[in-house]
Design a protein around this ligand. Structure first.
Ligand SMILES: Nc1ncnc2c1ncn2[C@@H]1O[C@H](COP(=O)(O)OP(=O)(O)OP(=O)(O)O)[C@@H](O)[C@H]1O
Length: 643
């Protein structure tokens, strides 16, 4: 833990920056947030042996993951590596025979001749080992994209299936970020590292097997050389890991600033507030700090490397001494001792591979666990589906319905009762924060009430199939997203799977929303891509986007159309055109939310909301006569138009 703390001090530069040693998180507090790499710090404080103990479970999990995407590639990646290990053993045994023949007594040509068959075998073993390793690498590389594809699909299946309320849960959002940021990537890494670990272990075992066959007494020599090698490799891997950790934080800081300085969305504000000098100053300050930290890291890495090389040298020297003693006492023949030296070289590489793989495997598994726990959490937020198909309703009834958002004491919608019939136009009005949008979302089935019952034709909506219910609803929302599709696609995604002739065409919907002329004037008309970040992309003004969003809602052609501030950004002409479309039609209900009370004059019923409750209801003429909030708001607005 002390090491981690020191590392963070180094990274924030607190102990070495002189005038510049203020923590950058003081001016940019978001930099202090390390949530997405919190496992990294946990890992930095865990001992290698604690890591090794958890390995079997992680390896089992990784193999199951690989097995799930491709049995053939899993078997090939592991099996071919094992076969390559067998070839290593054969190669060493053949080399031992070659050396025995060469060191035998007799004329050199005779010795070479008798060594030739074993030499051929040794060469074949090397060839076979090379081929098998390449084939195993191919299978291993094939697994990666397949796993990535599988986990990404699984993640987005989950994020798109969860109910809207999940996104109000801060814990859910954080877990989703963690699962997306690293958890998802690490699925492929744990499989990759598992195969590397197996490769390394097979290499070590293959060498040990060869040495045991040649002369069992040499096995302790191998262990003597391997033990310090293993310790050094662990330290080196840990040091490299810590360096990587530091690099990640540094990169994160750079991303934050780079994002502000080289981004189309921030470009205008950076200029209007003249933030350039400030941002460049921050960038330089952090860069200087990080460069110093990096130099320190390079130095400490060199020291570790030097210490490692010294320990390895001493260990090799000790092995030479033991081997020399075994040779002098005649316990081991010269050829076997020479083979042992070759085996030692082979073991060194395999051991280092295994230790590196162990280190990264443990860390990757922690992040992968984030991914799994997110999926588990998402399952808890996913509607089960099934249930009765929603009726093509005649009446929707709210009976004492309430909704409280997570972590809030006051309900956003408080014991609301109302009835909405097919063919009606009803309006929800009230001041900001009075609960109109929340009530609209309840009507749309986007939220489940925390109290009371919603019925469609007398059936509790919790008994209805959520998909068939939302199939009957269209929402023109005040919070829309600029989907990076063509103008035509931006409308047709309102009901992307509808067959032609089942409702208004894209052009009809656009015309109804006063968007047709605007779209026709775009460089490629309905085929214009609406995103400036792509080649030939185009962007629209806020009001033009809102027309497009209205066109999408009309294209959906649903029985229940909910319009939440559909005209906030529209000019007078477009607003007039849209509200002509939202007039009464027998087959459709319109729920309208707007602050412009002139637009709700024609509504069948107006509900006035205040602090989550309905405090008045009735037609415009009635409400404007009534002494109450509606009258007050209406006169306030009307006074703006009077001379
Ligand atoms: N996702 C949310 N999480 C927590 N609280 C929320 C959330 N959305 C809205 N609220 C709160 O619920 C209350 C009602 O909000 P709502 O958006 O329904 O009001 P509104 O009448 O539509 O307001 P406006 O006229 O400004 O659009 C407000 O106090 C708001 O702060």
């Amino acid at each position: 833990m002390r090491q981690t703390a020191k590392l963070f001090r180094q990274r924030t530069g607190a102990s070495m920056d002189g005038d510049d040693d203020t923590d950058p998180s003081a001016t940019l507090p978001e930099l202090a947030d390390l949530d997405w790499m919190h496992h990294g710090t946990a890992f930095a404080a865990t001992s290698f042996w604690a890591v090794a103990r958890r390995l079997p479970a992680i390896v089992r999990e990784a193999i199951a993951l690989a097995w799930g995407v491709s049995r053939r590639d899993t078997v090939a990646a592991i099996g071919l590596n094992v076969a390559a290990g067998v070839m290593t053993t054969f190669g060493l045994l053949a080399t031992s025979t070659v050396l025995t023949e060469l060191f035998a007594i007799g004329p050199t040509p005779d010795r070479v001749r008798s060594a030739a068959p074993a030499l051929l075998l040794a060469a074949l073993a090397v060839l076979a080992r090379g081929g098998l390793t390449i084939a195993a690498g191919w299978a291993q590389a094939r697994l990666i994209p397949q796993i990535n594809y599988g986990v990404e699909l699984r993640l987005f299946e989950a994020t798109t299936a969860v109910e809207l309320a999940a996104f109000d849960d801060a814990g859910f959002a954080e877990e989703m970020d963690r699962a997306r940021n690293r958890g998802m990537e690490e699925a492929a890494s744990i499989v990759d590292d598992t195969v590397n670990l197996i490769t390394g272990l097979v290499g070590v075992l293959a060498t040990a097997a060869a040495v045991t066959v040649i002369q069992p007494l040499l096995l302790p020599c191998l262990l003597l050389a391997a033990a310090p090698l293993a310790v050094t490799a662990v330290r080196m891997a840990r040091r490299e890991y810590l360096a990587m950790l530091a690099r990640l934080t540094r990169r994160r800081r750079m991303w934050m600033l780079a994002h502000l300085m080289a981004n189309r969305h921030t470009a205008a504000e950076v200029r209007t507030y003249q933030m350039r000098t400030f941002l460049l100053g921050e960038y330089q300050r952090i860069m200087r700090m990080e460069t110093r930290a990096q130099l320190l890291l390079v130095r400490s890495q060199t020291v570790t490397r030097l210490a490692g090389a010294s320990v390895a040298g001493l260990a090799t020297f000790a092995v030479y001494l033991v081997l020399g003693w075994l040779l002098l006492t005649g316990m081991v023949p010269l050829a076997a001792a020479a083979t042992a030296m070759l085996a030692l070289q082979a073991a060194r590489g395999s051991l280092s591979t295994a230790v590196h793989a162990t280190n990264s495997l443990y860390e990757d598994a922690l992040y992968y666990r984030d991914f799994q726990s997110f999926l588990h959490r998402a399952d808890g937020h996913t509607p089960t589906g099934g249930g009765e198909p929603a009726p093509g309703y005649q009446e929707i009834e709210f009976d004492q319905v309430s909704l409280s958002y997570p972590d809030t004491d006051t309900p956003a919608v408080d014991q609301v009762s109302l009835r909405i019939r097919r063919g009606e136009v009803i309006a929800l009005v009230g001041e900001n924060g009075s609960g109109k949008s929340t009530l609209a979302k309840l009507i749309a089935g986007l939220y489940r009430p925390s109290g009371g019952v919603i019925r469609w034709d007398g059936v509790d909506t919790t008994r209805l199939d959520p998909a068939s219910l939302s199939g009957q609803v269209a929402v023109i929302s005040q919070d829309w997203w600029r989907f990076p599709f063509t103008a035509g696609r931006n409308i047709s995604i309102g009901r992307y799977d509808r067959s032609n002739g089942d409702g208004p065409s894209v052009t009809e919907a656009a015309t109804a929303a006063a968007a047709h002329d605007m779209i026709s004037g775009l460089p490629r008309g309905y085929e214009t891509l609406l995103n400036r970040e792509f080649k030939n992309g185009h962007d629209l003004s806020g009001g033009q986007w809102q027309r497009l969003v209205a066109a999408r809602g009309l294209y959906r052609d649903a029985r229940l159309l909910i319009c939440d501030e559909p005209s906030a950004a529209l000019d007078a002409r477009a607003e007039h055109a849209l509200f002509q479309q939202l007039r009464r039609r027998p087959e459709r209900t319109v729920v309208l939310i707007t602050h412009r009370l002139a637009n709700v004059r024609h509504a069948d019923r107006i509900y006035v909301m205040h602090q989550g409750r309905i405090i008045q209801q009735g037609g415009h003429d009635q409400l404007v006569q009534e002494d109450g909030l509606y009258q007050e708001l209406f006169h306030l607005q009307a006074s703006g138009y009077l001379a």
